[in-house]
Design a protein around this ligand. Structure first.
Ligand code: IMP
Ligand code: MG
Length: 421
């Protein structure tokens, strides 16, 4: 053994001190015929590790690597779902529909997002759990970059009958305090923030960085759910699991790529969502970008703006679609704040930019019933109105990617599925 490395005797004595060996002297042990040969082992061993220079985990990973078990080499993959406009694109409906195809559903972002899923007698709106929670048996995970409101999350867990075996919340998830919510009152007035405290908590996460900053691991009620995302991901990938990462809000609200200051407090693109979840880019298979036929922005309660939109009236949507204005106004209140939404013309430039920015592979087009109420009855592509088919073909031309999922309304059978995967 090289000088500086441990002798077997030193190691033995340390183990004795730690109480891991019976109380024999090393010289006595050496009389044992097997022990006598120990010094020769290094010559025939596959690997010799100086454990004094390594942690236990270092020894483990070096040893395992000699067994030809290559880290992260499973066939598991991640499909990502994000919004292509300003949120409220109907991500909940699409995510819930797709959820049955996956073993693990991951949510990032915070409770400023509301993802509504059709259900009778009333739809269910998820704020912090993945939208497939009530529609699938998949395992659930909230990634480390997420921001949570603990009482509301516990309520959502209870309402959805999620047991501790099924859900993991990363230990490093940030916790929103009452003060975070009060701190956003000006943002609510100025840009129509949802005022859920997500941005304030995120800012504190950066500014404070002290032992008292509350994370999920400090909250006793969350103890049964705590987990380590990177370990869960590594297991899932190596066991060939199918994973869906559900992003929140929309590309146009991105802190970096949106119309600042009319933006949210995070990067809402695929890249941002991957960072929040800790997923490597090379595990991503499909990126589904959800877009509405008419984008919306949340209204500003103080009548100031909530950002640029080529706004049109609900009367005009009613005229074009065949819906009554009353029906539209009733449906188009935001999931989180119950405020009326502003609605605008489809933005082709944003479509192209968002498709490129997110590396989208597929588009899910929602609210085709707003083009014509006749689409509600369509079960196949060919049953959509000609105007709708033309619109979809134009979306495919401008974005350069297929419209693989088409929502024709908000009910249990309202998705035309043209996926090739
Ligand atoms: P905040 O993220 O709540 O501060 O809101 C910033 C801006 O993004 C406001 O205009 C919000 O209405 C909008 N916003 C944030 N989250 C969502 C969402 O999930 N859907 C729609 N709009 C959102
Ligand atoms: Mg929403």
């Amino acid at each position: 053994m090289k000088s500086g490395a441990w002798t077997i005797e030193q190691r033995y004595n340390l183990r004795r001190k730690l109480g891991r060996e019976k109380n024999f002297q090393y010289s006595e042990i050496r009389e044992n015929p097997t022990e006598k040969q120990v010094g020769n082992l290094a010559r025939t061993a596959d690997i010799v590790i100086d454990t004094k220079r390594c942690t236990e985990n270092d020894v483990l990973v070096r040893t395992v690597s000699h067994l030809n078990i290559r880290a992260g080499r499973g066939k598991g993959f991640v499909d990502v779902l994000i919004g292509g406009q300003y949120g409220s694109e109907g991500k909940g409906q699409i995510a819930a529909y797709l959820s049955r195809d996956y073993d693990l559903l991951i949510r990032v972002g915070g409770p400023n997002a509301g993802h509504k899923v059709f259900e009778l007698p009333d739809p269910y709106t998820h704020h912090q759990l993945p939208s497939g929670t009530r529609k699938s048996e998949a395992k659930l995970l909230i990634g480390p970059g997420a921001v949570i409101r603990v009482p509301n999350l516990l309520k959502e867990i209870a309402e959805c009958n999620v047991d501790a075996e099924r859900l993991r919340i990363d230990r490093n998830v940030m916790v929103i305090t009452d003060e975070d919510i009060s701190a956003e009152s000006d943002l609510v007035k100025n840009i129509g923030s949802t005022g859920q405290g997500v941005g304030a908590a995120t800012a504190r996460r950066i500014l404070e960085r002290n032992e008292n900053t509350l994370l999920a691991k400090h909250i006793p009620e969350l103890t049964p759910y705590l987990g380590n995302t990177l370990e869960i991901m590594e297991d899932a990938i190596s066991q060939d699991k199918k994973i869906m990462l559900e992003g929140t809000q929309g590309t146009g609200l991105s802190l970096y790529h949106g119309d600042y200051p009319y933006v949210t407090s995070r990067d809402t693109t695929v890249q941002g969502c991957l960072a929040e979840a800790g997923i490597p880019y090379d595990r991503v298979r499909k990126v589904v970008m959800v877009c509405r036929t008419y984008p919306i922005r949340v209204g500003n309660p103080k009548k100031k703006t909530s950002g640029p939109l080529r706004e049109i009236s609900w009367e005009e949507i009613a005229r074009r679609s065949g819906y009554s204005v009353g029906r539209l106004r009733k449906a188009e209140r935001t999931s989180t704040t119950n405020r009326p939404r502003r609605i605008g013309e489809f933005e082709w430039g944003l479509l192209r930019r968002a498709a490129l920015l997110n590396g989208a592979t597929d588009i899910a087009l929602t609210f085709t019933d707003y083009i014509s109420i006749k689409n509600v009855n369509a079960k196949r592509f060919g049953q959509l109105t000609q105007e709708t088919i033309n619109f979809i073909q134009e979306v495919e031309r401008v974005s350069g990617i297929p419209v693989s999922l088409i929502a024709t309304g908000f009910n249990s059978r309202s998705i035309v599925d043209r996926r090739s995967w």
